[in-house]
Design a protein around this ligand. Structure first.
Ligand code: DX5
Ligand code: ZN
Length: 215
């Protein structure tokens, strides 16, 4: 699968409606919402009321990436706010299996995120329960960082784990993704590419989304 999930972290916060309408018209598949708490990551972005507002205009699924400690406390609130997919960090949660079941019980899709230093092997015994695995290709917290090249190897490893278990989790990659590395990421086995700066800082965001999707 080749899906594009533009990250609203790089959108114009004074004019979110304008950017969401552009994404509705574009070839984007999901809208990626980065929630940061200033504890799990050294930055604070936006939370539940903003996701709720985005939902009112978005015509595509909301992919909510929680970069927060104790994420399980907030699954219900984000599901009510309109999340269609919730991903939370392996590094921020002790009881991953329980947390995944909690998200699914809310009637939405569940995913686990791995920081660049966390090996994909830690997901071996939970992979069959996951709808998405999100591999961070930068250290989470900020848009506009440089892509970590080792990510390709992680994507390939995860792709073979998924094949070996004959399961269906989508592989999502987040951080430093652009029109130059999109093709190689899809070839390595990624299904969903998140892109913030590459989309919103480009001259023609709709064209950039199209280029990435068709690369
Ligand atoms: C980083 C976030 C990303 C970020 C990506 O912590 O999880 O989703 O918005 O931004 P770019 O594509 O600019 O690296
Ligand atoms: Zn993200």
């Amino acid at each position: 699968m080749k899906l594009i999930a533009p990250s609203l972290l790089s959108a114009d916060f004074l004019n979110l409606e304008h950017d969401i309408e552009m994404l509705n018209r574009s070839e984007a598949d999901w809208l990626h919402c980065d929630v940061m708490d200033g504890r799990f990551v050294p930055n604070i972005s936006f939370g539940i009321p903003v996701v709720q507002a985005i939902k009112k205009k978005a015509q595509k699924p909301l992919d909510v990436h929680l970069m927060i400690v104790e994420p399980e406390k907030y699954f219900e609130a984000f599901a009510k706010a309109g999340a269609d997919i919730i991903t939370f960090h392996y590094e921020a949660c002790t009881h991953i299996h329980r947390a995944v079941q909690q998200i699914k019980a809310l009637g939405i899709h569940a995913g686990v995120v791995l920081n660049p230093h966390t090996p994909v092997a830690v997901l071996e015994d939970i992979l069959g329960d996951l709808d998405v695995v999100l591999l961070m290709s930068v250290n989470p917290g900020f848009g506009g960082q440089k892509f970590i090249e080792r990510t390709y190897e992680k994507v390939r490893k995860l792709r073979s784990m998924i094949a070996a278990q004959n399961t269906t989790a989508l592989i999502e990659v987040d951080g430093g993704v652009n029109t130059k590395n999109a093709k190689a990421l899809f070839e390595a086995g990624a299904d969903v590419l998140v892109a913030g700066n590459a989309v919103f800082k480009s001259e023609d965001p709709m064209e950039t989304i199209s280029l990435m999707k068709n690369s």
